[in-house]
Design a protein around this ligand. Sequence first.
Ligand SMILES: *Cc1c(COP(=O)(O)O)cnc(C)c1O
Length: 340
Amino acid sequence: MQEIDWKNLSFGYMKTDYNVRVYYRDGKWGEVEVCSEETIPMHMAATCLHYGQEAFEGLKAYRCPDGKVRVFRVDENAARLQSTCHGIMMPEVPTELFIEMVKKVVRLNERFIPPYESGATLYIRPLLIGTSAQVGVHPSKEYLFLIFVTPVGPYFKGGFSTNPYVIVREYDRSAPLGTGIYKVGGNYAASLKANDIAHQKGYACEFYLDAKEKKYMDECGAANFFGIKDNTYVTPKSTSILPSITNKSLMQLAEDYGMKVERRQIPEDELETFEEAGACGTAAVISPISYIDDLDTGKRYTFSKDGQPGPMSTKLYNHLRNIQYGIEEDKHGWTTVVIE
Ligand SMILES: *Cc1c(COP(=O)(O)O)cnc(C)c1O
């Protein structure tokens, strides 16, 4: 068996031993199958390939200092997948089935769960696809739900640090009444070009304004946005952003600290007033923002003078991570022990 170099993992794909699959046929879900194949035999006319009937999720399993393996808010991932299913007319994966399969695939691949000290984690990727052969645009009759895992390296290789972002006006990732609130692959395809432009210009990521008025802050790449000012946590309210479970958790922690939490439209101008700002999601928990450039107006909004993350972002980041790793009290019952 090959040794894994835990210290040098990237956010890539590594083959593990097993994935778990379940098929939806004749209006119901079948038995969970354990599979060691990495490929999916599929009809070339499957609806996922042509009409984007595809949804996914993303979460992690954490090897904790107490030796246990935990997953974070897995019931929220199940609920969000169900919301996505409604959005693009796929059958819901029941919460119990979702959680059972997450536990199973993590346990089956225990040897791929990185040690705590490495900072690496086991990324869990649930995927739901329409598989019926069809040429007309209709929802598929049959579906495959599978979950695979792969070990991934820590997001911050050189320690928790800030990054610059850029507002991109030429592209939208989603429309106000479109699929932005669902975790579907098409939104990612729609973001590739803006992301490439941002990278070419030397930024970590692109920032989207609301698609309709181009006036309000929406999402930063594939992460939610938040700002901190006057003891208040502010995050956009929008019908085109994905409801991040990390953001939801940070809002709860901020509230627990006695901060005010506001979910509302954030006009671009208001960025000037934020003391701190960050992008949040499962990958990084928080990726603090050094500054956001608006190349069309020449404005730069700066949130960190010395390039260091702000005190509230640091506190939230450490607190949430410590809950995920079973180090600090999990008073909201967010974590599930998968391996004792
Ligand atoms: C998955 C995702 C997020 C982050 O959600 P988490 O549940 O916090 O990982 C944010 N924005 C988009 C577009 C996403 O797809």
